[in-house]
Design a protein around this ligand. Structure first.
Ligand code: ATP
Length: 488
């Protein structure tokens, strides 16, 4: 097995070679941190989406889904704090003109110190950085960079500009007659899907007659002008989020936060991924809207990193929208408050958010599934790459392979295809040797292959091959559909 950096590179190549993920507009040399999902990738992505959607809406009693527009009224982003706060402090090297995220520049230097065994110096540097970042002390941060003689990797100089905030939101103009500097017509590409839920809170609550506690779920695109975007689909400029906002009575946020923290980890583990691949990371420094927050981290080939965030967002967002829109964002709670014996009455609900990146989940699933296996025997060298996807996520569930192109075998295979196609995704192939076809299906993560051979004509049976064990068994043709369905 390749080491982890190599494994990450191998997964990227595999994704390209087998039609999972291509660089965007590749014929023009691609666009940084933007990717296209190919014929296999789009199926896997859709299956992950469906799995999340079903467990977060259909299988819940009190969560409904919406699909809000990407464009929103620009005031949304003033109210949410994104116009003023969705920034990363950046610094430019005057000689190379290269721009760095300040924390990444300092962390990179600290890593180098650690590699040289200067642990204490590295830790001290990081602690100073955290303290300065917490105070937004940009002069102090610049001095820290200069005092430590942290240089640009390209020019090698310490000739730095002042530190400036760089907003991560993309903007564009609405309408056809506006000039680009017209602030009134500026609209943003949403940097998170959550706000589409908040502004529809009352629409959904009233029309759906929802009673607190209840949730609103959404899957959709989000856009962030990320500065450092070098980690394949881990950090993209256009990505997809699967978010759920759970509206609750104020004062109950601690228990609901714990509930969703546990619930979401269970969801991940329900896919059969080993528990030790996940861990919680509780936030110490909280975002301006949160009173508790944690990440569910996954052990990617690039290390443990954030896959999903669980945030107790208080009533920050609804309160802000109430203030900016001048429309009450209140809920009337009929239930009796045991403390007073009267209804809880009107309040702005508190919110627990679960927010997972669909693309990061894709990366987690494919990293977990990817295996390079040495199958060599004393007689011959052999190996395979197999994607051990949970069958319900696999892009193709069943491959139907006639042993030869003649003797009536394709006709039997066609009947199997006709029987199974309406129920799950099947793939038919008659080219190449059967061994090569199996290898190709392993590389795509197809859990079952059936081979139609001459015996099939005699007794209407086929061999079914199981991807992970590579075991084969003879089964009647009319059992195939049920065998596959039972695994989904
Ligand atoms: P990070 O610290 O990695 O930048 P974040 O804390 O900004 O992430 P959130 O704003 O909490 O992320 O977004 C929720 C989820 O959306 C993340 O857990 C992640 O899975 C996903 N996500 C965020 N930014 C990106 C991105 N640029 N590319 C892909 N997925 C992303």
């Amino acid at each position: 097995m390749a080491n982890d950096t190599n494994k990450f590179q191998a997964i990227i190549s595999h994704c390209k070679e087998y039609g999972f993920i291509f660089p965007s507009s590749e014929i023009y040399d691609g666009l940084q941190a933007v990717y296209d999902y190919g014929q296999m990738g789009s199926e896997l992505k859709k299956n992950i989406k469906d799995y999340w959607w079903k467990s977060m809406t259909q299988l819940q009693d009190n969560i409904v889904g919406i699909d809000a527009a990407i464009f929103m009224h620009p005031t949304t982003w003033k109210a949410s704090g994104h116009v003023d706060n969705f920034n990363d402090p950046m610094i430019d090297n005057k000689d190379s003109k290269k721009r760095y995220r300040v924390d990444h520049l300092i962390e990179g230097y600290a890593e180098m110190l650690k590699a040289e065994n200067q642990m204490q110096k590295a830790d001290g540097l990081l602690a100073s950085m955290d303290a300065l970042l917490a105070k937004d002390d940009f002069e102090g941060l610049k001095k820290l960079i200069e005092d430590n003689k942290i240089s640009c990797a390209i020019s090698g100089t310490c000739n730095w500009t002042d530190i400036r905030q760089f907003n991560l939101m993309f903007s564009t103009e609405f309408g056809s007659t506006v000039s680009s500097d017209d602030e009134d017509n500026k609209v943003y590409l949403r940097p998170e899907t959550a706000q589409g839920i908040f502004v529809n809170f009352l629409n959904v609550q009233k029309t759906g007659r929802m009673k607190i506690p209840f949730g609103i779920a959404q899957i959709g695109k989000a856009f962030r002008n990320e500065i450092v975007a070098r980690q394949f689909i881990f950090r993209m400029r256009e990505f997809e989020q699967m978010e759920m906002q759970f509206f609750i009575r104020p004062g109950t946020q601690k228990e609901w936060y714990e509930f969703w923290k546990t619930e979401r980890l269970k969801w991940h583990q329900s896919l059969g991924i080993p528990a030790e691949k996940y861990r919680y990371h509780d936030h110490v420094k909280l975002a301006h809207y949160a009173d508790a927050a944690c990440d569910i981290e996954f052990e990617f080939p690039i290390g443990f990193k954030e896959l999903e965030g669980i945030h107790s967002r208080t009533d920050f967002d609804l309160k802000q929208h109430q203030e900016y829109s001048k429309k009450k964002q209140q809920y009337f709670d009929n239930d009796t408050d045991p403390a007073t014996g009267k209804p809880f009455g009107n309040y702005i609900p508190y919110v627990i958010e679960t927010s997972i990146g669909l693309d990061r989940m894709f990366l987690a699933v494919i990293s977990q599934a990817y295996e390079e296996q040495d199958l060599s025997t004393a007689e011959k060298q052999d190996s395979r790459v197999v994607l051990k996807f949970p069958p319900k996520l696999a892009p193709i569930k069943l491959a139907v392979l006639p042993l030869t192109k003649k003797d009536g075998l394709p006709e039997i295979a066609a009947l199997i295809m006709k029987d199974c196609k309406p129920h799950f995704r099947c793939f038919y192939e008659e080219k190449d040797s059967i061994g090569k076809r199996y290898r190709r299906m392993d590389a795509l993560g197809t859990p079952f292959c059936v081979t139609v051979d001459h015996q099939s004509k005699e007794d209407n049976t086929v061999t079914i091959r199981h991807r992970d064990s590579m075991e084969q068994e003879r089964v009647p043709v009319d059992k195939i559909k049920d065998i596959v369905l039972a695994s989904l």
